[in-house]
Design a protein. Structure first.
Length: 106
């Protein structure tokens, strides 16, 4: 997972008193980022079927519905969000094994 830079400063200086104060937005962002990273499904396997339907699975083998659908409609979103180690493949017909391909050819 890539690390995002926290957009909020850890501290700020109060304009009236001149005292350095903890910026609570910084902590809220950190906690939200941690919580989101535990539950986030990461694309592991992407399969294009003969009828151009796309199935997407995470590392637990669970489907990720927001990345599934017709190839032309979902292709760019998948290529943008899939990590570099994701496996791309297709079923040339429903009777053969998955054929893996480089993401550039998928």
């Amino acid at each position: 997972m890539s690390r995002c830079k926290n957009p909020y400063p850890e501290f700020f200086v109060d304009e009236i008193s001149g005292i350095k104060v903890l910026d609570i937005r910084h902590e809220i962002w950190v906690e939200g980022y941690k919580a989101g990273s535990e539950d986030r499904q990461t694309i592991k396997t992407v399969i294009r079927c003969e009828n151009d339907m796309v199935m997407v699975f995470d590392n637990k083998g669970e489907q990720i519905p927001e990345y599934q659908g017709q190839y032309e409609e979902i292709k760019e979103k998948i290529l943008k969000d899939a990590p570099t180690d994701a496996v791309f493949g297709y079923f040339p017909d429903y009777d053969t094994e998955l054929q893996t391909v480089p993401r550039e050819e998928w």
